[in-house]
Design a protein around this ligand. Structure first.
Ligand code: SF4
Length: 78
């Protein structure tokens, strides 16, 4: 049973912690695309029972310019 889904909305962050893994990686700054989020949303509602959805990963999820919209759409879908 799938209990939790993590959606990494972005790997960017507004902080610069000295101990952050971001100090040693060379990944590009990325933001989840509308298409990817729409695909995730479409498939989440088909999972039974519904899993917990956590917006997070490496980076600050609130850094995504559409994070409020994504949370609203997810909440309306379930
Ligand atoms: S991702 Fe976490 S550890 Fe890294 S800079 Fe941001 S808040 Fe700090």
């Amino acid at each position: 049973m799938l209990e939790k889904i993590y959606i990494g909305s972005t790997n960017t962050c507004n902080l610069k912690c000295r101990t952050c893994i971001r100090n040693i990686w060379d990944e590009q700054d990325t933001f989840i695309s509308e298409q990817t989020f729409a695909n995730i949303l479409k498939n989440i509602v088909e999972i039974s029972p519904l899993p917990t959805v956590f917006f997070g990963g490496f980076g600050e999820p609130l850094n995504h310019p559409r994070i409020i919209n994504m949370v609203e759409r997810l909440k309306k879908s379930i």
